[in-house]
Design a protein around this ligand. Structure first.
Ligand SMILES: Cc1cc2nc3c(=O)[nH]c(=O)nc-3n(C[C@H](O)[C@H](O)[C@H](O)COP(=O)(O)OP(=O)(O)OC[C@H]3O[C@@H](n4cnc5c(N)ncnc54)[C@H](O)[C@@H]3O)c2cc1C
Length: 230
């Protein structure tokens, strides 16, 4: 009984705080990638200053009471304040459940929009390597790399439908590979120039640490790492 009253007070106080701190946006569209457990969401974020996004941003979204998860906007159009998210929902968690529950027209709440402090090198070759959770980040990295010919990379997507739909929906040089060992083999064949190639490793902590170790063993030192989850 006491616990239930305390819970209600906590929930009400939380709502008041959240309403004062959180910014809002609107869901313009939601696409469920069939048999791929990937959810693509288009958002209108009227108060986000997208003109200033010259580093890859992330958004801290409210996915449940007092519960926040980070996701990466990509494909933004600053003139109309819209962007997209790609949420890997092939596991159970509040963020994954929230993404599955979204419908067109829903209002979303977020705490902040910040920079990941990752931006493509201004002149050298840029190589992005990641997993399903980092697809948005890789596409944002591609978006910020000019000219486009400076960008290359690979993404680990064990689900064949996910890889198929990625290549159908997006024009990207990213190589789609189903296992970590195939990413290793692919990297060994590339012969990237050590002095003028910058690597951006994103996704599962263990995956990015292994990739970093491999690149170091190949003599590369221009490496930026962002572990997303463990
Ligand atoms: C800056 C930043 C940007 C990010 N951008 C994105 C993005 O654009 N898209 C995206 O999908 N994720 C992104 N992530 C990762 C995402 O925030 C985490 O994966 C988050 O933990 C998912 O929350 P959840 O509530 O679904 O699962 P949680 O409750 O956090 O975790 C539940 C369980 O699932 C496992 N888990 C979490 N994520 C995954 C996954 N992707 N695959 C398999 N198992 C998982 C956890 O290890 C745990 O065992 C980003 C993370 C950061 C730090």
């Amino acid at each position: 009984m006491e616990t239930s009253i305390l819970y209600k007070i906590r929930k009400k106080a939380g709502k008041i705080i959240e309403n004062q701190l959180l910014k809002t946006g609107r869901v313009l569209d939601v696409r469920y990638w069939e048999s791929a457990d990937m959810i693509e969401i288009d958002l209108h974020l009227p108060t986000a200053d997208m003109q200033s996004w010259n580093q890859i941003p992330y958004i801290k979204l409210c996915v449940d009471d007092f519960t926040f998860r980070d996701y990466t906007p990509f494909g933004w159009d600053a003139d109309i304040a819209t962007c997209s998210l790609l949420i890997d929902a092939d596991h159970d968690g509040p963020g994954s459940r929230w993404a599955k529950s979204l419908r067109t027209g829903d209002t979303i709440h977020y705490l902040k929009m910040e920079s990941t402090r990752q931006a493509p090198h201004p002149t050298d070759f840029v190589v992005g390597l990641g997993d399903a959770s980092s697809l948005g980040h890789l596409l944002a990295l591609q978006q910020l790399t000019m000219p486009k010919a400076r960008f290359d990379g690979a993404v680990l997507l064990p689900n064949p439908n996910c890889g198929k739909l990625l290549s159908e929906y997006f024009s990207s040089p990213l190589h789609i590979l189903p296992t970590a060992s195939e990413i290793t083999e692919w990297l060994l064949k590339q012969g990237y120039c050590t002095a003028h190639t910058w690597f951006y490793l994103i996704g599962n902590d263990h995956f990015v640490s292994e990739l970093r170790r491999l690149l170091k063993s190949l003599g590369h030192h221009n490496i930026r790492v962002k572990g997303f989850w463990s």
